[in-house]
Design a protein around this ligand. Sequence first.
Ligand SMILES: Nc1ncnc2c1ncn2[C@@H]1O[C@H](COP(=O)(O)OP(=O)(O)OP(=O)(O)O)[C@@H](O)[C@H]1O
Length: 342
Amino acid sequence: MIEVKNISKHYRLFERDPGLSGAVKALFKRKYINKTAVNDISFTIPKGEIVGYIGSNGAGKSTTIKMISGILTPDEGSVIVNGITPYSDRTKNAKNIGAVFGQRTQLFWDIPVQESLELLKHIYEVPQDVYERNLAKFKEVLDLEALLPIPVRQLSLGQKMRCELAAAFLHNPSVVYLDEPTIGLDASVKIKIRQFIKQMNKEHQTTVILTTHDMQDIEELCHRIIIIDKGSVIYDGSLLSLKQQTRFNRTIKLEIDSNDGFTLPATLKTSVHLEIPEEEHHFLLHFNNTVISGSEIMKEIMRDYLVQDFTITELGIEKVVQEIYERGPEHAEVLGAVKVSN
Ligand SMILES: Nc1ncnc2c1ncn2[C@@H]1O[C@H](COP(=O)(O)OP(=O)(O)OP(=O)(O)O)[C@@H](O)[C@H]1O
């Protein structure tokens, strides 16, 4: 169980006037400004949940994760993870958690992966039988066998990431923080990694906080997402409800046999948004399926037009989230996708 209560983090930044005179002035008098990276964030994550923690670049994701995992201390507020305050009790906290932080490694650069894992076994005091069982499983699910004799520095990005995940889950931690675990990886490695996270979560009830810009990761792994923007939570809820609440969550691609163009029937004007793409005789109709169904729309259109073909697609999460990022928290209400939790 993770309880985050009203945490904020401000960075103190050194500010210098431009040019040579600025550099000289700064030698004698330093000017600082405060930058708020995380602003009064609260949420609770029960045991066994996989939560996607997402936001655009610089939104404050890493800063939040660093506070929850004990690397940084919040300036205000508090964090409790399984009864422990992570930044106050770092040693005890380390035994309970696993982490993969993007480009950084917890494996030893110059020695074979197997020896790195052995060392971590001792550091985390993992019983031999648990170690052997886990290693056997990791070999199978992450396809590790061939990588174990190789030093980390000789591994490709995807190979290294598979080993990092094995290291993060080696001691059966109750909470795992994953910061961009699939960044830059090819599709087959991404699939492997997602399968592995799912399996570990299912078998051990591992709580996972996943930070990623890859919306496929979110779609496949997380029922709940927390979206932050400019340091504040702008959405905390299910992925499904985010999609449903978005202004348009479906699109009909329509091909009609008409040289006179296409106008929306009056009955659809309030519920359907028409987009006219470059392609001749093709039209896009955006709508929300909780307001009007695709078949109702098609019935109306077929009264006036000869429809050659049509397809209905669901709005991908990329689009939903992109719209929220672009509009920002101040416009999120218009989008109808906001449920602020704190
Ligand atoms: N050590 C630091 N010193 C000063 N400012 C920092 C520091 N770390 C982060 N920031 C600033 O705090 C804000 C939040 O940064 P953070 O790294 O938490 O964002 P993020 O959501 O993880 O971004 P990204 O997706 O790009 O990794 C940014 O404006 C960043 O410039």
